[in-house]
Design a protein around this ligand. Structure first.
Ligand code: SAM
Ligand code: SF4
Length: 444
């Protein structure tokens, strides 16, 4: 590493949206210290690898990335490994990769400026404290926002699914306060966002006292956000089925800004496997939640997460998952091969499933998900909906935005700009995106 204090930074995010949010907050912090983003990672004075430990070979990927940061003259930038791999591997990282200067867990990154200063004094720093929500009070104010912004409302998890490392790397479930969240949401909207996606490992476990001292759940928070002028859309992810309260389901029926999209992981369609996973919901209780949401919001689009090849999963268990997928007909879904995480109970279970069986099951599952997604997209052709324009497309005058159901929509609209909300008629669809033609311009 160089000993001058860094002037440029680069942040590489791995994994989930919560890491993207953390990466944005780190960038704001570095910029408030006078640093600027590097044009390329290779030229940065400070590189942060903001890691994820959920699935396979996460640590190995980080070590090979660290190797690539070494410059031809043998020097390297100041390197910080942040996020869940940092939390899980701890000091082992700097033992295996001596060029790493800072190892910082997901709850301690607000200390990065002091850590960088300590590195300048020749120290190496490891900070893996999990001090609750301290960091949020210590981060600088929100700055310019894209039309769609993330807002972390809750962190950690107490549910201890037997395959999952999150309760160990992110700590216990903890909610940010009502007033802090409303202030941050207003700041995000003032800085240009039209849509806010509320984030949490179990976002619908959020709870807290409102300004009148009444206990509220996520639905109460959503209803308060609904009143922010200028905020046009609200989304939330990732939810746990057990925290889908009546109030939250009702909000899908009567809060207009809450978009008709629900990401609700189920993981498996087999009750036997759900029990072994310690999911504390059954196939049937899960399906009943979807029915209740559909009853209040008939056009709701469902998304989910699936794990194939959990230890002991038989062909019959997997067929139960396929049956559930066909019954739901997802608008999109994420599916993963089970990956044993060191220290989790499932990693020690007998009957680990061979890789070729997991590969075959994943292929079948993903083929079904793509077919369902394609037909969901086809069913939107001919409909009229609002699209929030988020980025430029490949062609002159083309912009890409999101439909209420989180589909990407390509719109040819040379007179519109990023951040506009435009009403379009959907004219064409593919498995991954739609095309739309503006019918009228909604209020920006
Ligand atoms: N809290 C959410 C829930 O309970 O559904 C999920 C959050 S988790 C960070 C994101 C997804 O990663 C999970 O839904 C699961 O499908 C996947 N995942 C977690 N651990 C995994 C493992 N060991 N192997 C494969 N996929 C895993
Ligand atoms: Fe992991 Fe979600 Fe289970 Fe928590 S509820 S242990 S984050 S999969």
């Amino acid at each position: 590493m160089s000993t001058d204090s860094p002037k440029t930074y680069s942040i590489k995010n791995y994994g989930c949206q919560m890491n993207v949010y953390d990466g944005e907050r780190m960038a704001e912090m570095f910029e408030s210290q006078g640093m600027t983003p590097a044009d390329e990672k290779a030229n940065a004075d400070l590189v942060v690898l903001n890691t994820c430990h959920i699935r396979e070979k996460a640590a190995e990927k980080v070590y090979s990335e660290i190797g690539r940061l070494r410059r031809k003259d043998g020097s390297s930038p100041v390197i910080a490994v942040a996020g869940c791999v940092a939390q899980a591997e701890g000091g082992e990282i700097s033992r295996r990769a001596p060029e790493v200067d800072i190892v910082v867990g997901p709850q301690a990154y607000h200390n990065l400026p002091e850590m960088v200063a300590a590195v300048g004094r020749g120290e190496r720093v490891v900070d893996l404290d999990l001090p609750g929500l301290d960091k949020f009070g210590k981060l600088p104010a929100r700055r310019k926002q894209a039309p769609s912004a993330f807002l972390t409302v809750q962190e950690g998890c107490d549910k201890f699914c037997t395959y999952c490392v999150v309760p160990y790397t992110r700590g216990a479930e903890i909610s940010r306060s009502w007033s802090e969240l409303l202030d941050e949401a207003k700041a995000i909207v003032d800085a240009g966002a039209k849509e806010i996606t509320l984030l949490g490992q179990n976002v619908n476990a959020w709870d807290g006292e409102d300004d009148k001292g009444q206990m509220q759940g996520l639905d109460g928070l959503i209803r308060a956000l609904d009143k922010i002028p200028g905020l046009r859309r609200i989304r939330y992810m990732t939810s746990h089925p057990n925290d889908m309260t009546e109030g939250l389901i009702a909000a899908h029926g009567d809060v207009e800004k809450l978009m008709p999209f629900l990401h609700l992981p189920v993981q498996s369609g087999s009750d036997r496997i759900l029990k072994a996973m310690n999911r504390s919901h059954s196939r049937d209780s899960y399906m009943r939640i979807l029915d209740r949401v559909r009853a209040v919001r008939p056009d709701i689009a469902f998304s989910g997460d699936f794990i194939v090849g959990f230890p002991g999963e038989t062909d019959a268990d997997f067929e139960d998952t396929m049956r559930l997928v066909r019954e739901v007909g997802h608008a999109q879904a994420y599916s993963f091969k089970y990956s044993p995480r060191p220290g989790t109970p499932a990693a020690e279970m007998p009957d680990q499933i061979p890789m070729h069986v997991m590969d075959e099951r994943l292929q079948r599952l993903q083929a079904q998900i793509v077919a369902d997604q394609t037909s969901f997209n086809e069913r939107t052709v001919g409909r009229t909906c609002d699209v929030l324009l988020e980025r430029p497309g490949k062609f002159t005058g083309q912009l890409i935005g999101k439909s209420p159901w989180l589909q990407s929509v390509h719109v040819l609209a040379p007179d519109l700009s990023i951040g506009n909300i435009v009403t379009v008629q959907i004219t064409d669809s593919g498995p991954l995106s739609l095309k739309g033609e503006p019918t009228m311009r909604a209020a920006a």
